[in-house]
Design a protein around this ligand. Structure first.
Ligand code: ZN
Length: 321
């Protein structure tokens, strides 16, 4: 039996899984992502990989290949993360080299988390489609894209950063990246609270609300929880839907995916409020290709399963190869 390792390195959690060649997970391990140094993160990645192997009853050196899904930005040439955006001041985090050594294999594939997402969706879809996208709407917003059977990574591994496409030329909201008018600045979990406050000061100044806009803990969860009972919450959710329609339209027109699968906490927790408006409007907003837009069926596991699928398929998600 051949064994594979998948690693999901997030800003908060770090998970590893050992799977067989049909991507059945036989063991898992998990820890909090260290925030102290790059070396600490590398050590923690090796630690969860070792622990998952121990639980699977195999020697790490017997693993055939590994896939790593990581927060970015990536430096693919170096097999490392280069100063991760969500963890301050830790510099470079080597991943591919140390894992290759531990697992005694040259087959270690590094992707950003949304690219791993599309690999996992492709691998686990009935028809193993050549043209599909995976969109995550969580604290940030991004996509992984597969076109003509090629998983797009770009020269540095950061293709598909659709969250930083301009959707609002007036640029009312600033994005975490420092620029204005980006899709993510309106629709990601981290940015919806600021957008709600902006609307309450401007176009929705007359809309009644019981939302605690001034509470430092005010979050996107509060907005979605008040849907149907608070006029401002409804207003914000409608406006977020408007920007999501534009974002998904741009994605569909640029890449012509047959299917788009969506994950991330904001979508997973509010699938109808987030995805129904997109499905309703795409027919009239896309040029020719109207993709089938649906929630991922893998929940929180989509990125980890994508990393595992990458290990099994050599980074493509292609089951037929
Ligand atoms: Zn941006």
């Amino acid at each position: 039996m051949a064994y594979y390792v998948g690693v999901d390195l997030g800003a908060t959690n770090l998970r590893a899984a050992v799977g067989d060649d049909r991507a059945n997970i036989v063991a898992r391990a998990e820890t909090a992502t260290p925030r102290t140094s790059g070396i600490a993160i590398t050590e923690a990645v090796l630690g969860v990989a070792r622990e998952a192997c121990a639980r699977a009853g195999i020697d790490p050196a017997d693993v055939t290949a590994a896939g790593v899904a990581s927060i970015g930005p990536l430096d693919l040439a170096e097999g490392a993360i280069d100063s991760p955006a969500n963890i301050t001041d830790i510099g470079r985090v080597p991943l591919v080299g140390p894992l290759s050594e531990l697992l005694d294999t040259d087959e270690v594939h590094l992707h950003n988390d949304t690219v791993a997402g599309v690999i996992g969706e492709r691998f686990n879809s009935d028809r193993n489609p050549d043209d599909m996208a995976y969109v995550t709407i969580s604290s940030g917003l991004g996509a992984g894209v597969c076109v003509d059977g090629h998983v797009l990574s770009g020269w540095d591994g950061n293709a598909g950063e659709v969250g930083h496409m301009v959707v609002d030329p007036d640029g009312a909201m600033s994005c975490g990246c420092g620029r204005d008018g980006h899709w993510e600045a309106y629709c990601s979990g981290n940015n919806i609270p600021e957008y709600a406050k902006h609307l309450a000061r401007t176009e929705a100044a007359d809309v009644a609300t019981d939302l605690s806009l001034d509470d430092p803990d005010f979050s996107a969860v509060d907005v979605f929880e008040m849907h149907g009972s608070d006029p401002l919450a409804d207003y914000v959710i409608d406006r977020v839907a408007d920007w999501n329609v534009i974002g998904f339209t741009n994605l569909a027109n640029a890449y012509a995916p047959l299917v788009v699968r969506v994950g991330g906490a904001v979508a997973l927790n509010n699938p109808d409020l987030v995805l129904d408006p997109v499905r309703e409007h795409l027919e009239e907003t896309t040029f020719v290709n109207v993709p089938d837009v649906r929630l991922t069926e893998m929940g929180d596991d989509v990125v980890l399963r994508g990393a595992l699928a990458s290990a099994i398929t050599g980074g493509t998600g292609d089951r037929t190869a």
